[in-house]
Design a protein. Sequence first.
Length: 654
Amino acid sequence: MLSRFRPYFSYLRPHRGLLAAAIICGIIYGLAYGAGVPLMAKTIFPIIFGQEKTTLPEHWDQNQLTRKLQLTPAQLTRFEPLLSRAAEDFKANSAAREEIDARLERQFTELLTPEQRADFKPKPFINRELTTLQLWLIALWLPAIFVIRGVAGYLNSYLIQLVGTRVLETIRLDYFAKLQILPLSFFQTRSTGDLLSRGLADANQLQATLTNTANEIIKSPATLLGAIGFLIYQAYSTQGVVLVLVTLSIVPLSVLPIRYIGKKLIKRAGHIQRELGAVTNCMTENLSATREVRAYGLESREIGRFRTVSQTLIRVQMKFVKYEKLLTPLIEVISTIGISITLVYAYRAHLSLTTFTTILAALYASYEPIKKLGSLNNDLKRGIGSLDRIEEVLHAPVPIRDAPNALPLPRASGALAFEKVSFAYQAQEPVLREITIAIPAGTVCALVGPSGAGKSTFANLVPRFFDPVAGRVTLDGHDLRSLRLADLRRNIAVVSQDPVLFNDTIFNNLLIARPEASVADVEAAARAAFAHDFICGFPEGYATVVGERGARLSGGQKQRLALARAFLRAAPILILDEATSALDSESEAAIQQALKKLMVGKTVLIIAHRFSTIRDATKILVFDQGHIVASGTHAELHAGNELYRSLYDRQQGK
Ligand code: ADP
């Protein structure tokens, strides 16, 4: 499953150093916990709880005595009272330790047979009574382990998180960058909210997965290895080999539920992200229609709509949770079965409590990482769901891009030609059918025709917002597809029906048309578009911030800023899409004048329903149902084309 993420491991490469440090910390963490705790239990418990507490060095331990020297039960029975007496004497007067030691050693030696005596290497008794300081030092072993574990774990998590966020940033940037170059057609089949959700919620989910994975992928196996390593060591050093093997055999069993649940989760993970997209979409759509909601009284309809998507989201989320939360209890039950088996064997093998608790600690330390790896598995499923959604965008084809040997185009003269051009949106009915027309440089060309005839589509082919399905469009004799896209678009100024302004100053909004323009250039353009005066009317003038999408400006003001942009751009080709529709009649005359000035020497495509704007066009193309049914001047068409005449007369109110 990790292989699914392999392409993204390359994102980790720049952060190798951090990652290596994180891995080392993870290993320290795992060993400190997995092996450190059981080892502690093994070493400390006998000191704290063992019978050696008073005076006995290790070789007086009964286990040792019986095993090493093969003491008979009779010998043991005689030895025990001596031992307790020595212990009592010691308690009464610990200063007499050496004397008591010597006595006990002599008495014990007397009990042994000659063979046993040969094996017995007397050691001086060690004072096992702990001073307060010693007791604390021993008791602090556990916090010490946890300090090491804590510091290493903290560093591991922090570093991994750092790497994770950087990787996420890269993915999110890639995603955003991809959104900039995708063709317009891509956005027509997808909702903004969904794309937003992929870039934010899915990217976050992916980050969570990446960091969790990176986190546990080191710590948990390290802990598991530490614990298993300890169990094996324990198997060598005591008689509990069989026991250890049995308990270890339970470990793989706990992997079963992980696999089962994982399968259930993958599908549901994708559903969650999809529904999250629907919720985001519902909200963005609503927020962009605040006026309509109030004007049409849609409040309760909108709330209902939101409730529906929100409830669907909760439903799919709970389906995920249903399986996800099953994992921990299942693994816990399996691990407690392991403990039961250990208990039975412990009884049969006459294990000491110390050995048993030690093994338990190691067992616990090995189930814990299995549990974590299990939930990590769930996390991975969610991450894959999100990755799929992000990749759908990242891997979406970009049909409109520079050809390998794209031609540079410094400044075009502006001669356009359509040669047998057909176009259809997403395999629908053709919207343009075999259009052939030449528009010489400097022609002011008006596109007229009934709504839906294909005028905008025709104009949109020029900046390559779309590419023709058949035929070709040329600029100065070059197929548009052979030119550098950026160069082509630099030669075109578009003034649309609903100009979009960024939430920035007026000055910066104009500057986007030609970033290298000077302040004087910008002002000159604004003057030419009759925008300078109203701009200067604002207290902050050109530094006025226009609000989201230019909310603080009137339609006419926005339109004039759009014209100013076109002046500033000074491109040889100008596309005007109903450019003057939002103008009040007062400024209209002035604007007409400005437009005339703007059009001088340019190839212009005007889409306008208002005939006042287009009567002066050098050439008029009449569109109907995807065909150009007539072309000529106003006088020619009015005399000779019925469709044109009827459109014209209707506008004039005749
Ligand atoms: P006009 O500008 O003459 O009003 P358009 O070029 O906008 O006409 O549209 C021509 C036809 O293409 C219409 O039938 C319209 O419904 C359809 N159309 C326009 N844009 C799209 C689109 N993005 N996706 C699908 N169909 C579209």
